[in-house]
Design a protein around this ligand. Structure first.
Ligand SMILES: Cc1cc2nc3c(=O)[nH]c(=O)nc-3n(C[C@H](O)[C@H](O)[C@H](O)COP(=O)(O)OP(=O)(O)OC[C@H]3O[C@@H](n4cnc5c(N)ncnc54)[C@H](O)[C@@H]3O)c2cc1C
Length: 411
């Protein structure tokens, strides 16, 4: 006798929800994605920096982050600002974040991120071998530049720690940086050297969301309901029976919340593993390519911004603003463009008005996303991917699927 098909309802059509939905559909679920926006990937997944960094990532909270924070806040050129972390609604996040700022916690959280990133690299490769996707993917490598020798030495120590778990890196002098990326030859930014990551990849996360939405609906038999905000969950004892969407209730067998920064509001506060999520805003500017575009992606750590070539566009991304207000100030846009022009003057067509985008990284205190069962037998969560959701999405979907299979056997 054939088993009845189970229905899975995934809330959120960002990169995390869509990777999850596609994998659930491939595993035989009848999947419907519920999204409040009018299209796929229009939240944080839309204009991000496009970096797929599977090897040299680290948790945000660390002793050195905390030590450097007062100076970074004073130096406006770094683009770090904090609004309202002292508000009572954010105390819980701030208290828990401070606990993660020790060397031991950084190492533990970084190990967790690297394990998920490695899973993600394999899962993304597997998925792309099954489905054709046009996402401006490349593996050009990356330079992470430092203004001082001291900064470079500290970065090399972190990279050596991360290197225990796999991947490659090299420490380069400024001249070696230029031979790897000639677009840096005319730089006006201070560069003592860089950590070079030869395996770093890039791709357009928004295009990937659009491709995944197409694959889900056209190849995997799934559906997406746009312009449908979920306002609450209906429960019966230990199970969720439906999602409230205004007057409508959407029923299913299993439910996944992939709602990014909106997730804490939908989960019960009594759920033991709930993590608070705050929004850390960033701005990206997208230009046509200039006459000397970079091949490698480049992060300038002294100005805290990234320049990446995505297809025939240049994307410049910066800022870490702790705030919920999705607003880009003209002065911030200008400052980001100025830094980009100083770093690689002919990388983009800087005389053209860029596409300006502002997004909010859904940040947990330990930088690790919530992936797993979420306070009811058939309710799951996949959210809180901070500044790494594009990198971690395919692995997070895989990890969630494994958890769901284990739960299905024990429930
Ligand atoms: C400036 C910036 C640069 C970044 N650069 C990188 C990078 O280079 N590499 C990298 O790996 N990551 C990067 N990130 C992080 C990455 O973009 C995010 O981690 C990722 O997009 C999060 O995906 P998500 O699907 O969880 O969230 P989202 O894309 O925000 O998707 C959540 C979806 O849920 C929907 N939703 C929420 N609540 C409801 C509801 N109640 N009902 C219905 N729908 C709902 C939202 O409308 C949204 O579409 C960057 C982020 C920013 C802001």
């Amino acid at each position: 006798m054939t088993r009845p098909v189970k229905t899975a309802i995934v809330v959120g059509a960002g990169i995390v929800g869509l990777t999850t939905a596609c994998r659930l559909a491939e595993e035989g679920y009848a999947v419907t994605v519920i999204e409040r926006d009018s299209g796929p990937g229009n939240g944080t997944s839309k204009g991000n920096a496009g970096q797929l960094l599977f090897d040299r990532i680290g948790a945000m909270g660390s002793a050195s982050f905390l030590r450097g924070l007062p100076a970074a806040l004073m130096d406006r050129s770094q683009g770090i600002r904090v609004h309202g972390l002292a508000y009572p609604s954010r105390w819980n996040w701030t208290r828990r974040f401070l606990r993660e700022c020790t060397q031991e916690a950084w190492q533990k959280n970084t190990e967790g991120l690297l394990a998920l990133a490695h899973l993600s690299r394999d899962a993304m490769q597997d998925f792309r071998s099954r489905h054709q996707m046009e996402i401006d993917w490349r593996r050009p490598g990356k330079l992470v530049t430092y203004a001082t020798g001291k900064g470079l030495e500290a970065a090399a120590r972190s990279a050596n720690f991360q290197g225990q778990f796999g991947g490659r890196h090299e420490v380069l002098s400024y001249d070696e940086c230029v031979s790897h990326e000639p677009a840096l030859g005319q730089t006006e930014r201070p560069i003592a050297g860089a950590v070079y990551l030869p395996d770093a990849e890039v791709g357009d996360c928004h295009k990937c969301c659009q491709e995944l939405a197409g694959i889900l609906q056209d190849k995997l038999g799934g559906a997406i309901r746009f312009k449908t905000p979920v306002t609450g969950l209906e429960r019966d004892g230990s199970r969720v029976t439906g999602l409230r969407c205004g007057a409508d209730v959407i029923r299913g067998d299993v439910f996944v919340l992939a709602t990014g920064r909106a997730t804490s509001g939908l989960l019960r506060s009594s759920f033991a593993d709930i993590k608070p999520i705050v929004s850390i805003l960033g701005i990206s500017l997208t230009y046509p390519l200039g006459d000397a575009p970079p091949n490698l992606s480049v992060t300038d750590t002294s100005g805290r911004f990234v320049m990446v070539r995505l297809g025939d566009r240049l994307r410049v991304t910066g800022y870490a603003i702790f705030s919920d207000k999705l607003q880009a100030r003209p002065a911030d846009v200008q400052a980001l463009q100025d830094k980009a022009q100083q770093l690689m003057p002919r990388a983009g067509a800087f005389d053209v008005a860029p596409d300006i985008w502002i997004g909010a990284r859904p940040q947990t205190p330990d930088d690790l996303p919530m992936i797993g069962q979420a306070g009811a037998k058939n309710l799951f969560v996949n959210a809180g991917h901070g500044s790494l959701g594009w990198t971690l999405a395919f692995g997070s979907a895989e990890k969630l699927l494994r958890t769901m299979k284990t739960r299905a056997q024990t429930n």
